[in-house]
Design a protein around this ligand. Structure first.
Ligand code: ATR
Length: 292
């Protein structure tokens, strides 16, 4: 990158705006690199630091943010539900997701909890496949963990008429569908793992939210035979950038979207709230984040 290449690039003053990312472990997080790129690009007097916080101390650490002068922080695995229970105010999205990934310390010192994972997911799809809209048809979501919940809420909020939720353990898919119905989000059907291939029939979007296909894991065990060629296929896994699922989808003519953009786009609202600038996701940023 060229922006911020002056000799004091990255230097901060005593007035620096401070934010960070809290998780356990946190060493693998790409968020400090991501926000660091934007801080240098915009020449902002600020810092974004990794915060390794064990789950049993997370509430205490979150409560300490205003006292430490933090503008807020991101929260990642496995602390998003603890953050949900700890903050003073929740926005509607965080409430529907049952998890907080972005905390902003308000002017009155209160902790405001939001969740931008779904925003990141939708913005990435829109950036990669501008012709895609959620209203176009049923979506098939594979997996039923925290990432799946954010994806399903975002799809329903964006107008998806139906979400077919496929999980190896059917009970988890049913539980998630019931949780969402309880917050007013209908339209989610739990599908048996053995029926996953027929669930693709007539779908306009397929999303993998499981760890299958990630480096070190086997590929997702899913034949795409029944998936319309007009469907968009999105994998939220981004190591490797092209998972076996995306390679197969591309080869048969489906439009695809990778996973790295979800991480980059979910970071935008927090950066804006803490540091004041509206950051952009660019190819340079993608390269820089992946190099780290
Ligand atoms: P997160 O909250 O980050 O999404 P998670 O709770 O560990 O992560 O969920 C991982 C998802 O990957 C789950 O839906 C899991 O399915 P189960 O609920 O049956 O465990 C799914 N998953 C993990 N290994 C899998 C495998 N070998 N085949 C199919 N799905 C798998």
């Amino acid at each position: 990158m060229t922006a911020g290449s002056a000799s004091n690039a990255g230097a901060i003053s005593g007035k620096a705006k401070i934010a960070g990312v809290m998780g356990w472990p946190i060493g693998h997080s790409r968020s400090p690199r991501l926000h660091g790129f934007w801080l240098r690009q915009y020449g902002i007097d600020g810092a974004y630091v990794p915060l390794a916080v064990a789950p049993e101390r997370a509430e205490q650490a979150i409560r300490a943010l205003p006292a430490l002068g933090f503008r807020g922080c991101n929260v990642t695995v496995p602390l998003k539900e603890i953050a949900f229970r700890t903050v003073d105010r929740l926005d509607g999205t965080a409430r529907r997701m049952g998890a907080v990934n972005t905390i902003v310390v308000a002017d009155d010192g209160a902790l405001e909890g939001g969740n931008t994972d779904g925003f990141g997911f939708i913005e990435n799809l829109r950036a990669e496949q501008p012709d895609w809209t959620a209203e176009q048809g049923p979506a098939v979501v594979i997996g039923a963990g925290g990432a799946a919940r954010a994806v399903v809420v975002a799809l329903l909020d964006a107008g998806a008429p139906e979400v077919r939720l496929v999980n190896r353990t059917r009970a988890r898919a049913e539980e998630l569908a019931a949780d969402l119905a309880a917050v007013g989000l209908g339209g989610v059907t739990a599908v048996d793992w053995v029926s996953r291939e027929t669930a693709l029939d007539g779908a306009s979007l397929l999303v993998n939210t499981t760890t299958q296909g990630m480096a070190g894991h086997p590929a997702l065990d899913l034949s795409l035979r029944a998936l319309p060629v007009s469907a968009v296929v999105n994998d939220i896994v981004y190591v490797p950038l092209e998972t076996p699922l995306l390679a197969e989808a591309k080869a048969r003519g489906n439009r695809v979207a990778g996973g790295i953009g979800m991480l980059l786009h979910q970071a935008r609202p927090g950066f804006k709230a803490w540091f004041g600038a509206e950051p952009q996701v660019t190819p340079d940023l993608v390269r820089f984040v992946l190099e780290g």
